[in-house]
Design a protein around this ligand. Structure first.
Ligand SMILES: NC(=O)N[C@@H](O)C(=O)O
Ligand code: NI
Length: 163
């Protein structure tokens, strides 16, 4: 296996920094309003979930194993036909690796504090889910016909991510 030659350092996940790739799903920084006779606060419309006309949006759960850091990066992928959101169900921290283009030189990494989810806009290059803490993540993405997953193999490039 190739030596780890280049470790990306994950930066804190913020809406502004993540804006080129999608949205951060969190309460912080968002207004809310009382609903249900004041028993709840609604933080509304936090992410733009998208699908092409042939597909539909679906909710799934990923039961993720914890990844030891630094973690070797093996794949970049993107979903041109729809968005993809990940929300920790029990406050699990996770690392988000994205890229502006198919060039691994544009890689960037963020770390969620577990109170933040992310929604990748369609066709955003990203590494598959990297959980720091094991656990279940709610995933909202597009299900339907056609090839909705373009993949680039990063294995052998010695790329990794650390916090
Ligand atoms: N394969 C799958 O459903 N998940 C990936 O798209 C991912 O981004 O984790
Ligand atoms: Ni994906």
């Amino acid at each position: 296996m190739s030596p780890l030659v280049d470790a990306l350092r994950a930066e804190a996940l913020t809406a502004a920094a993540f804006a080129p790739y999608g949205q951060v799903i969190e309460c912080a920084g968002h207004a809310s309003y009382a609903i249900n006779a004041g028993s709840s606060q609604r933080f509304s419309d936090l992410a733009q979930l998208e699908s092409d006309a042939a597909g539909r949006l679906a909710l799934s759960i990923f039961r993720a194993a914890a990844q030891a850091l630094p973690c070797r990066l093996h794949t970049l992928e993107r979903h041109p036909l729809g968005s993809q959101a990940f929300v920790p169900l029990a406050g699990q921290r996770f690392v988000v690796v994205v890229a502006e283009t198919a060039d691994p030189g544009t890689l960037r990494a963020f770390v969620s504090d577990g109170r933040q989810g992310v929604n990748f806009r369609p066709a955003t290059w990203h590494h598959p889910l990297l959980a720091i803490d094991a656990g279940e993540f709610l995933v909202a993405d597009r299900i339907g016909p056609g090839d909705n997953c373009e993949v680039i193999d990063l294995a052998g490039r010695g790329l990794s991510v650390r916090c």
